[in-house]
Structure formats: structure tokens, C-alpha cells
Design a protein around this ligand. Structure first.
Ligand code: MUC
Ligand code: MG
Length: 367
């Protein structure tokens, strides 16, 4: 079997509610559906998410990378020869989310070829993923309401609260309020998306002590090298890296040089192959992992769920797989459901993605 072509279809689906975080805000899912076609008729699919504030990619750059770089370079390769594909992808720097989607689409093809789900091919450790929900930056009152609503509607009890405002006192107030309103039986983590300085991060954590926060992600900028290392050394809760560690080598540096306690792994920026390498590194080094969200649609969520449920280490913590609740609709024909705070894996071959073609026709932006 050979790769025949790569197509990229840009589409936009509005959000029900925007999501704000320290370095940006998203109001709509303006993504790109990648389709890798093979000469014997199989089609691998994955979602590509432009996130200029973290990786520099835009819809235009994603379309150009597929059209000008990866489509011509990958045509004719065996889709099962991921090492050869990886070498081609490596010839281009950055472009993480396009490369991730190519990899996911190839795994999707492999699963269809052998008649097994990606979840099964990856390890099939468990068949349900516990959900952690991300609460965007807003007034403390609305943030507590959002967490309460998601717990009541979906049974989710783990929350990652977005913080990192220039005035960190508003973050402190929000986190204390969420703990007070939701009580003791919820788990609270934080993500500052490097919006605070290391000093603000330390002061905020001290002021939030009554809220019993279990971990903090990207507290301060990776460019402030010594300040960040000092913060990680002194922190009394685990410190996780996310957007500063999109690749195995950045993970190795964050752990070996800066002493990070955990790594957020996102299939939408490292696919299954590189996510697996990152997971292996973390496993060998004794570093925690969590499966995070790049504000994925339901289509992208299928990949995160397959990966999170496939491995022991990724099943330790709930995975961030509920951001699709923000999006008003989806391209998937069969919706993803959260039941009692969990999402079940799909058992269909590959990723189990069936696109509703009428919806794709309605939301695509290239016609
Ligand atoms: C996160 O965990 O940082 C926000 C922007 C993005 O690209 O990912 C997120 C979630
Ligand atoms: Mg994060």
C-alpha cells in the first residue's frame, strides 16, 4: 500500500462559549481536517489545530505545509513505514500540529488495514478515560459556576483552572472560590500558560494554599531560565510543562535541566508516535504525565482518548478531554459522550472517525 495524496480542508465551527487563558482566547474552532489517502482506498483522518500563540501555526501555514511540503514528500511511501515518514517530517522544523495529524492519520490507516482500533494497537490498558475539565479565565463567580455545571451535568470531579492574569489576585480569588463552592471532593490543578512571573507564581500558590491545589502547569515563561528553575526547585506541589515541551528533546531538557515533575502530553501536537516516545522518556525517568487538550473538537478527542486509555501511566490521572463541550457542533457523525465523568474508547478499526459529510460541506471555508 502506498500514500496517494494528502488533502487539507479548513473549516470553522462556532463555540458556545469562548475559552480564555493567559496568552489568548479562542472563540471558534477554525481547524483543518487532514485526510491521507492510499492507493487501495483507505483514508486516514485527523484534525489540525492552528495555535499561533504556542507553536506559531495558522490555518494558512497548515494548508501551505500540507500542500507544498508534506503532500509531495510523502506520496508513494508505505503508510506503515512510520520511521521513513518520520524522517521526512523531520526534514521540516516546527509545524508540530501538522506533523502530529499526519502521524495520527497513518495510525488510523494502519488500524483500518489490520482491523484493530488504535487504542488496541497502542496498548489497550483500560477502556474508559476519566475526564478532567478545563475552566477558562473569567470572573471568579462565573468560573465557579462553570465547574459546578460540568460536575452536575457530566459527573466530572477534576478541574484544571486557567490562571496567569497580570493581576494574579483575581486568579487567587477564583481558585479559592471554586474550592469553597465545590467542596472537598474535587481535585483542582492550575495552568498559568506562562502568564505569571516566577515571583507571581510563588506568591499565588502561597495565597491559594487553603484551596489545596494538586499541581501547576507552565507557571512562568521558559525564557526566564533561572527564575523558572528556581521556582520548580522550591515548589511544594508538582510542576508540569506543557507548551514548552512539544517534542521528546524539549521534554528531556525540561526534566533533566529544570527538574520538572510532570509533562502534559497532547496527541494533537505529537501524534501517537512522538507521544509514545515522550511517554517512554517520562516512564524511564520517573516523571508524571497527563494527557492534555489543545482545545480539540470531538474528532480530535478520539485520538486523545485512545492514547490515554492505551497506557498505564496515562491512566493515573484524568485526561483533559472535555474541551469539545465548548464547541457548538462537530464533524463526527457519532458524538462523543461523557458518562459519569468518563469517556469510553471506540473499538472500531483505526481511530473510529466517521465524518458527517453534510456537516463538513456546511462548515468548510474553502468553497
Ligand atoms: C493548555 O493546557 O494550555 C490553551 C491553549 C492551547 O493551545 O492549549 C491550551 C490548553
Ligand atoms: Mg497547558
Amino acid at each position: 500500500m502506498r500514500i496517494e495524496s494528502l488533502d487539507a480542508v479548513p473549516y470553522t465551527i462556532p463555540y458556545r462559549t469562548p475559552l480564555a487563558f493567559a496568552i489568548g482566547e479562542v472563540r471558534e474552532a477554525s481547524h483543518v481536517l487532514l485526510r491521507v489517502r492510499t492507493d487501495d482506498g483507505l483514508v486516514g483522518q485527523a484534525d489540525v489545530l492552528p495555535r499561533p500563540y504556542t507553536y506559531g501555526e495558522t490555518t494558512g501555514s497548515i494548508l501551505a505545509a500540507v500542500r507544498d511540503l508534506f503532500d509531495p514528500a510523502l506520496r508513494g511511501l508505505d503508510p506503515g513505514n512510520r520511521e521513513a515518514v518520520d524522517r521526512v517530517l523531520d526534514n521540516t522544523v516546527a509545524n508540530n500540529t501538522v506533523k502530529a495529524a499526519v502521524d495520527l492519520a497513518l495510525w488510523d490507516i494502519l488500524g483500518q488495514e489490520v482491523g484493530a482500533s488504535c487504542h488496541r494497537l497502542l496498548g489497550a490498558f483500560t477502556d474508559r478515560v476519566r475526564v478532567s475539565h478545563m475552566v477558562g479565565i473569567d470572573t471568579p463567580e462565573r468560573m465557579a459556576q462553570e465547574a459546578g455545571k460540568v460536575r452536575a451535568a457530566h459527573g466530572v470531579t477534576t478541574f484544571k483552572i486557567k490562571v496567569g492574569r497580570a493581576d494574579h489576585r483575581a486568579d487567587v480569588e477564583a481558585v479559592l472560590r471554586i474550592r469553597a463552592e465545590l467542596g472537598d471532593d474535587v481535585v483542582i490543578g492550575l495552568d498559568a500558560n506562562h502568564g505569571w512571573t516566577a515571583e507571581q507564581a510563588a506568591a499565588s500558590l502561597a495565597a491559594m494554599e487553603p484551596a489545596r491545589v494538586e499541581l501547576i502547569e507552565e507557571p512562568c515563561p521558559s525564557s526566564e531560565v533561572l527564575a523558572r528553575r528556581r521556582f520548580v526547585d522550591a515548589a511544594r506541589i508538582p510542576v508540569y510543562a506543557d507548551e514548552s515541551t512539544p517534542t521528546p528533546e524539549t521534554v528531556a531538557r525540561a526534566v533533566l535541566t529544570d527538574g520538572f515533575d510532570g509533562i502534559n502530553i497532547k496527541t494533537s501536537r505529537s501524534g501517537f508516535t512522538r507521544s509514545g516516545r515522550i511517554l517512554g522518556l517520562c516512564d524511564g525517568l520517573g516523571v508524571g504525565v497527563l494527557v492534555g487538550n489543545q482545545i480539540d473538537t470531538q474528532l480530535g478527542t478520539l485520538a486523545s482518548v485512545a492514547f490515554a486509555a492505551a497506557h498505564r501511566l496515562t491512566s493515573v490521572r484524568p485526561a483533559e478531554v472535555s474541551n469539545f463541550l465548548l464547541v457548538a457542533d462537530d464533524l463526527l457523525a457519532e458524538p462523543v459522550r461523557i458518562v459519569d465523568g468518563t469517556i469510553a474508547v471506540r473499538t472500531d478499526p483505526g481511530l473510529g472517525i466517521v465524518v458527517d459529510e453534510d456537516k463538513l460541506a456546511r462548515y468548510r471555508t474553502d468553497r
